[in-house]
Design a protein around this ligand. Structure first.
Ligand code: UT7
Length: 330
């Protein structure tokens, strides 16, 4: 399906909290080592939000930078989507809190739940709203305070995640092809390999549930790893084909930042190691924020420049996955 109107990203921004938690720090939290974490994941450190910072606060910081980068005012935004699995509250949406804090009084707002795939899903949803002519300008945010939902006694998961947020401003028009078609998929039959089973309507917030630590993220790491490699690799190939682009033409691939070994495996399969972007060393896995932060960094550090073809790909709980292609017009 070709979009009716071109949709471009006209600004990006990202934010990570001040506090840094290194692998050495984690050696005092659980039985682990810098050597194990770095060799198995490529991570060196992650950022952890302050007690008084919620997902909306992180998102607001990223959003302000994205708006400044785009050179537009908050009142020009028609739609705010926040992708998050660590919302401020069950309701109202984190997007509504962001709206209030940045003064985007003309926007309608909602959260999108696709776990680590959320930012790409939200980009696609916003792009389609703009392409159809329904709206002109959207703010898409991936924001996570993962540290709240992590069991800090489980070394299999607590070393993997960090807090942070990234944002992009989308608008109709722009040079080049802008955001092209996405390929997305889900497999709910594998939900229990990566989930937070407690706290919702299935397993409500009771003392018993809390004692069983069901409010924390659970993951079968090896299974998730294998699916992530296959699904992201397949999605990239499918997205390239759908948009009539060859991997050789792509200037930069930005995958979900969950593990450098996952990224390396995809690079090898696609033969694109020289163009694969990775910043997992600095931030660990920030779930839906990871792609957004990496995109912002790749633009700001000059990896992505005007006219470049960029491929984004994600994988997360659900399972959910996807890939899209964009031509950088800024
Ligand atoms: O964002 C959503 C997507 N998430 C992901 O994509 C994560 C995917 N999974 C992974 O990245 C990897 O599976 C992990 C990094 C989570 C784990 O790496 P692995 O190479 O799959 O290790 P493993 O789970 O097979 O564990 C190997 C060993 C085990 O010990 P035994 O059974 O061999 O004696 C673990 O108990 O490493 C042990 N281990 C640790 N040792 C030191 C597990 N966690 C740790 C730790 N420090 N933090």
């Amino acid at each position: 399906m070709q979009p009716i109107r071109t949709v471009s990203i006209i600004g990006t921004g990202s934010y990570v909290p001040e506090k840094v938690l290194t692998n050495q720090d984690l050696e005092h939290v659980v039985e682990t080592s810098d050597e194990w974490i770095y060799s198995r994941t490529g991570m060196r450190e992650r950022h952890i939000a302050a007690d008084d910072q919620a997902a909306s606060d992180l998102g607001v910081e990223a959003a302000k930078k994205a708006l400044a980068d785009a050179g537009i005012g908050a009142e020009e935004i028609d739609l705010i989507i926040v992708a998050t699995l660590s919302p401020d509250m069950f309701f109202p949406s984190t997007a509504c809190f962001v709206q209030d804090k940045i003064g985007a009084k003309n926007a309608f707002c909602y959260d999108l739940g696709a776990a680590c795939s959320g930012f790409l899903y939200a980009l696609d949803a916003a792009k389609n709203q703009i392409a159809s002519g329904a709206i002109e300008t959207a703010l898409v945010i991936g924001s996570e305070k993962m540290s709240t939902f992590i069991d800090w006694e489980d070394r299999g998961t607590c070393i993997l995640f960090g807090d942070g947020a990234g944002a992009a401003v989308l608008r109709a028009g722009g040079e080049g092809r802008g955001i092209m078609d996405a390929v997305m998929g889900s497999d709910g039959s594998l939900a229990d390999l990566l989930w937070t089973p407690g706290g919702g309507s299935r397993n409500p917030m009771t003392h018993e549930m809390l004692d069983q630590k069901q409010q924390y993220l659970k993951m079968e790491g090896r299974d998730v790893f294998k699916h992530a490699v296959v699904r992201m690799g397949d999605a990239v190939l499918e997205a390239l084909e759908k948009n009539g682009i060859s991997a050789d033409d792509v200037n930069c691939f930005i995958p979900h930042q969950a593990n450098v070994r996952i990224i390396d495996a995809i690079s090898k399969r696609l033969g694109v190691a020289d163009r694969m972007y990775c910043n997992v060393e600095k931030y660990a896995n920030t779930s839906s924020a990871a792609l957004a932060i990496a995109l912002d960094e790749a633009v700001k550090d000059g990896t992505i420049t005007k006219g470049d073809l960029v491929v984004l790909t994600v994988f997360g709980g659900g399972f959910t996955w996807g890939a899209n292609v964009l031509e950088w017009g800024k």
